[in-house]
Design a binder for this molecule. Structure first.
Ligand SMILES: *Cc1c(COP(=O)(O)O)cnc(C)c1O
Length: 222
């Protein structure tokens, strides 16, 4: 099946309020171009160097979303090229994004990455830490940053109940945060949840942005 038909197949199952981020990390620009020619405009990448190479050779109207762990020392290079950063996991990173965004007079959308999986290695705020962050009101100090929602990854397990519970935990926090901290901010509306193996479950639990890679582009060659 072509890349285009795989994308169309996925899109045909999505509710109207769910957008597809085609995760193109480790895949060559030619494959991205193929998806682009089929109408896909939103792509997700995890490595700054790869973004820098790809933006040079691909159409300028692509909306690049950064989804990987981001080191503060790479923010400056990355920022001009991305419209959304899904993987924001520390206040230090937020401060650096604000600093660099101010320099280039850009406004950037970010998502707070929540740690809801039962896995030690995943990045992100626990629910308690995210609550403290929002309650402190420190985010009001960053005029170039729009916090537009939350992102999470579920545990990489076969247990669908566990996956569903993790997405539900993230969604409940999102709903709570929207009511308490973002009541007058309609832009706070995204739940980035779901990858190739679990996006149907994520959608049942309120995902608005799914990040799908291998189901579109095939296995990654690292
Ligand atoms: C790689 C990656 C994806 C896509 O994973 P697939 O299983 O290939 O769909 C989604 N989200 C994040 C954060 C990733 O790093």
């Amino acid at each position: 099946m072509s890349i285009q038909s795989k994308i169309n197949e996925i899109k045909s199952t999505l509710p109207d309020n769910v957008r597809l981020v085609a995760v193109s990390k480790y895949h060559p620009a030619e494959m991205i171009k193929e998806a682009y020619d089929g109408g896909q405009r939103v792509f997700g990448e995890s490595h700054v160097q790869e973004v820098l190479q790809k933006v040079n050779v691909l159409p300028k109207d692509i909306e690049w979303h950064f989804i990987g762990h981001l080191q503060t020392n790479k923010v400056k290079q990355l920022l001009p090229h991305v419209s959304m950063i899904h993987s924001v996991d520390s206040l230090k990173l937020i401060k650096e994004i604000e600093k660099q965004a101010e320099k280039i007079e850009k406004e950037v959308n970010i998502l707070l990455q929540l740690h809801v999986a039962q896995e030690e290695t995943k990045f992100g705020w626990t629910i308690d830490e995210a609550e403290d962050l929002l309650a402190s009101n420190v985010l009001a100090d960053f005029p170039h940053i729009h916090v537009v929602g939350i992102m999470c990854m579920a545990s990489n397990v076969d247990n669908e109940k566990q996956i569903a519970d993790e997405f539900e935990t993230a969604r409940m926090f999102f709903t709570h945060a929207k009511e308490v901290y973002f009541k007058d901010k309609p832009e706070f509306r995204e739940c980035s949840m779901g990858m190739s193996d679990d996006y149907p479950i994520a959608i049942e639990h309120g995902s608005t942005l799914i990040r799908v890679g291998s189901k579109i582009f095939g296995q990654r060659v690292y």
